[in-house]
Design a protein around this ligand. Sequence first.
Ligand SMILES: O=C(O)C1=C[C@@H](OP(=O)(O)O)[C@@H](O)[C@H](O)C1
Ligand SMILES: C=C(OP(=O)(O)O)C(=O)O
Length: 438
Amino acid sequence: MAPNTAHTALWPAPHASGAVDATVHVPGSKSVTNRALVLAALASEPGWLRRPLRSRDTLLMAGALRAMGVGIEEGVGPDGSGEAWRVLPTGLHGPASVDVGNAGTVMRFLPPVAALADGPVRFDGDPRSYERPLHGVIDALRELGARIDDDGRGALPLTVHGSGALEGGPVSVDASSSSQFVSALLLSGPRFNQGVEVRHTGASLPSLPHIRMTVDMLRAVGAQVDTPESGGEPNVWRVAPGALLGRDLTIEPDLSNAQPFLAAALVTGGKVLVPDWPARTTQPGDRLREIFTEMGGSCTLTEYGLEFTGSGAIHGIDVDLGDVGELTPGIAALAALADSPSTLRGVSHLRLHETDRLAALTKEINELGGDVTETADGLHIRPRALHGGIFHTYDDHRMATAGAVIGLAVAGVQIENVATTAKTLPDFPELWAGMLGN
Ligand SMILES: O=C(O)C1=C[C@@H](OP(=O)(O)O)[C@@H](O)[C@H](O)C1
Ligand SMILES: C=C(OP(=O)(O)O)C(=O)O
């Protein structure tokens, strides 16, 4: 794979001079913000999102919904506190153009919404978006009654010819390449005439917590959802047709984006407090409490947030990350600095994420002197003494933050295109410097 040469700017990753001791306010969750936007746009009354994430992926989602006629206004929440978006749902209209960037949530969650619009909606995005799997959404929508023009590859670019309504009903989908196929169909399901019944037919299903997030958030706006966990058939989710409520929702901090900061506590034997860590959440990042404890830290969850403390040692880990794939780059970075080898399993679908993450991590860590090999479904990482060098990011926000974690321990690491963190965490360099007291 060729590194991106369009972004030549190099960011010297700060080297930690001692144990970090910081409070880091992590911005809102990408996954929660983009689901909340879609559900608010499909509701039958206005709603509020408080403390939404404002990053490339969520601004693309808001822009796309606005292009289809939805009102999304800046404001303060109903109680006067905090920044907020007020969402004013309307009839969804085409013609419209949607730029998905490289946002999985936008490219997968919005074609079903567009099928409810009363005109054509054209979807396009970054070159990488053409390579990311979308066939599950396209094929399922066609089976449910939508007309879609694409170039036959089952991918972007495409046009959904919305007719103002979609019949809906039962549909089968192989979501082994992305859980977002299931989430996409469920999110718009209440607005289909017959609702939707999604049956996953593939051998495996990644990122189950993200499907639970979809179900929880649907239920919170009044949808009736049956799931395998609620006594339904395995691998089958049913959403009944019905109106959705407009809610006043405060977005949780993005726990996957808390990862590099918690990792900094592990690397430096320091302490990081993340305020507002939810006591109960479907975010996969909550698994960090367990994974990073096994890797050598300890944590306490209080009413103020999560306090995470490193012991000075980082242990290798053998772990199946299939449920929490987006945590893989950060765990791989730590594993490269650990005192024993690691095996990260269950994440073959990461080859189709923002970049081929397994290839990118292998190449970039090895170029710094590491010893990483790809397996069929993950990585073997044998820690070695690393040296400085350029860490390429391949337009992947999580590659950039993974490189920054390595840079804490290894002098002379330079991150190419750290600005790619804007996908989900635009203030990363400032937050990182703030954590280090710079
Ligand atoms: O639904 C979501 O918000 C997400 C689901 C997961 O996608 P995949 O199932 O494609 O891995 C995850 O990796 C992505 O970062 C966000
Ligand atoms: C896989 C990710 O994003 P996307 O929503 O674009 O799939 C991610 O954020 O790690």
